[in-house]
Design a protein around this ligand. Sequence first.
Ligand SMILES: [Zn+2]
Ligand SMILES: [Zn+2]
Length: 174
Amino acid sequence: MNVCIVPEEEIDKELLNYLEEKLSEIFGKARIKTFFQIPEYSFDIYRRQFNAELAVKSLPFPDGRNCGVVLGITEKDLFADELNFVFGIAEPFSGRAIISIARLKNSFYNLPEDKELFKLRTLKEAVHEIGHLLGLPHCPNRQCVMSFSNSIIDVDRKSYLFCPKCQNVVNSAI
Ligand SMILES: [Zn+2]
Ligand SMILES: [Zn+2]
């Protein structure tokens, strides 16, 4: 399957190269296709955050139907409905998802920077949202990448891999 990555232009190139490489290993093919800008209208002035649902709907479809899925990447902090923030959101019917790296950096938690950890966290959230696009729900296996992450501790606890059960679903979907 072809994962079309659509980041904001400011996103670190080393991170993007890493995602291309690792997502290609997992899903077959992953390439940066074009850049996007999160729309101004998705900013909520009261919450000082961006509305994830509006942001995901603003993602372009580069390459038309040649994209199996579209993955947006933003540095902006996202929220959705009743949740005070989200690491990402998926819109399975359109094949688009977006992840936010705002809360994946150690600096957000006043901890010293750790680039490898940051890259790994971003990979986990990317794989998780793509999993939703392939039809997977949240998984009760806490090591599985499809387990729900409500905090950075949850992100660090899980691996970037699917459990065997979820991997079976992915294999039949890609
Ligand atoms: Zn999820
Ligand atoms: Zn699983």
